[in-house]
Design a protein around this ligand. Structure first.
Ligand code: ZN
Length: 197
């Protein structure tokens, strides 16, 4: 299926405007047992899922510009006043105020550290990352949360210093535009399309 033929969405005046086809059905196949009896059918489908980012849109837009955004609770009456959240939380979980967006790129560039990690060869459907995937849980000085990411260069270790890299050449506008590499990694060692923030 060419991507040209696929449905596209734009927003005008706060309303979705859909153009093109969003559902394709393909010829099915019977499912039979050893005796040849009909048990069912397969239903091949191709569906374009519309995933709206809402208040998280600035986070994904900025990854494509080499920036890592977080958020901060600035409600003076909140017990968690001043808490910084990465991953990006639209609202403070303590007081439910709308958080303020803060640029965490510089903090991350100084060296975030690997809290823990997991290496996996078995992935879910539609995985696009190279296997094995080295998932890292990244923590920052002064940040209340731990961010999940992946390490495409090097081998992870607990406490290891890492810096963010960004898919700025052909961004997907998804979380895979953000990855982590060991501090000291050279620009020439980065995966295709990635650069430092
Ligand atoms: Zn709060």
């Amino acid at each position: 299926m060419s991507t040209e033929a696929r449905g596209k969405v734009r927003v005008e005046g706060g309303k979705y405007r859909l153009n093109g086809k969003f559902h394709y059905a393909f010829p099915n196949d019977p499912i039979r047992n050893e005796e040849g009896e009909l048990m069912g059918v397969t239903n091949p489908r191709d569906v374009t899922h519309i995933h709206m980012y809402g208040g998280e849109a600035p986070f994904f837009e900025n990854l494509s510009k080499g920036k890592l955004l977080g958020t901060k609770c600035e409600n003076p009456d909140c017990d968690a006043h001043g808490s910084v959240f990465v991953p990006f939380r639209i609202h403070c979980p303590d007081c439910l105020w709308k958080n303020t967006i803060v640029d965490m790129t510089e903090t991350a560039n100084k060296g975030a550290s690997v809290h823990t990690f997991m290496i996996t060869e078995r992935t879910g459907a539609f995985n696009t990352l190279e296997k094995p995937i080295r998932f890292v849980n990244v923590e920052f000085e002064g940040v209340s949360t731990i961010l999940m990411g992946y390490l495409p260069v090097g081998e992870p270790e607990m406490g290891m210093k890492v810096v963010p890299i960004f898919q700025t050449k052909s961004p997907t506008f998804t979380i895979i535009d953000l990855a982590w590499v060991p501090q000291g990694t050279l620009e020439s060692e980065l995966p295709e399309g990635f650069s430092f923030g």
